[in-house]
Ligand binder design. Structure first.
Ligand code: GRF
Length: 206
């Protein structure tokens, strides 16, 4: 690719579970002029996200957490010429070498309004149970930059939803997941297209 701009920015999605957010992202960027989902990676061989990717014709594979931490994930991302990384229900720590290499080009989605209900142990249904137990009147989702401290990167976007006294953890999870599907793809699009434009403008000036 040296000397000429790539046609489309290459986005990788890392996920550990069912992958409904990953699917929303893959569908959003199918046939997109500036962004393509170039790889879906999972630390779990049986993760539903791999099947969803295969069904949608997106390259997908599993890796071991040990290989990832030993430099394997960064190598894979480089070999696949990945420009951006979206975490979508990825339950392992991202290795420090990957965080550093993708600074400003990697975001995560968290199913609550950070800084509330974030940090160690706050993932999946644990988050929604804690929100329900706290009697919160609202919850939502946060898209944030990935840094080496979990859930502490600067917030890019938050979407909120009102809760009622009847909402249990399952009901909260359903409301939040709907928001995630609604907002994660277009927020990623804004970030990546903005980055592509800045890169092209920078290239023109030199
Ligand atoms: C989402 O709620 C996401 O915010 C969290 O894990 C869940 C993943 O759901 N990090 P899915 O695998 O995208 O369906």
């Amino acid at each position: 690719m040296q000397g000429e701009a790539k046609q489309r920015a290459r986005l990788a999605i890392l996920a550990s579970g069912s992958g409904s957010n990953a699917e929303a992202i893959m569908r959003h960027f199918a046939d997109h002029p500036h962004v393509e989902v170039a790889w879906v990676g999972s630390n779990r061989k049986q993760a539903g996200v791999l099947e969803r990717a295969q069904r949608l014709g997106v390259a997908a594979s599993a890796f071991s957490g040990k290989d990832a931490a030993g430099g394997g994930l960064l190598e894979e991302l480089r070999e696949r010429e990945i420009d951006w990384v979206a975490l979508a229900g990825y339950l392992l720590m991202v290795p420090a070498d990957v965080v550093q290499a993708f600074e400003g080009r990697m975001v995560n989605i968290h199913p609550a309004l950070l800084p509330d209900f974030g940090g160690p142990g706050m993932y999946g249904m644990n988050v929604h149970r804690a929100v329900a137990a706290a009697g919160s009147e609202r919850s939502g989702m946060t898209i944030h930059w990935v840094t080496e401290a979990y859930d502490e990167g600067a917030v890019v976007f938050q979407g909120e939803v009102e809760l009622t006294a009847d909402d249990d953890a399952e009901a909260i999870a359903a409301k939040v997941l709907q928001l995630e599907h609604q907002y994660y793809p277009p927020v990623l699009e804004g970030l990546i297209v903005g980055w592509t434009e800045r890169r092209l403008n920078g290239a023109k000036k030199t």
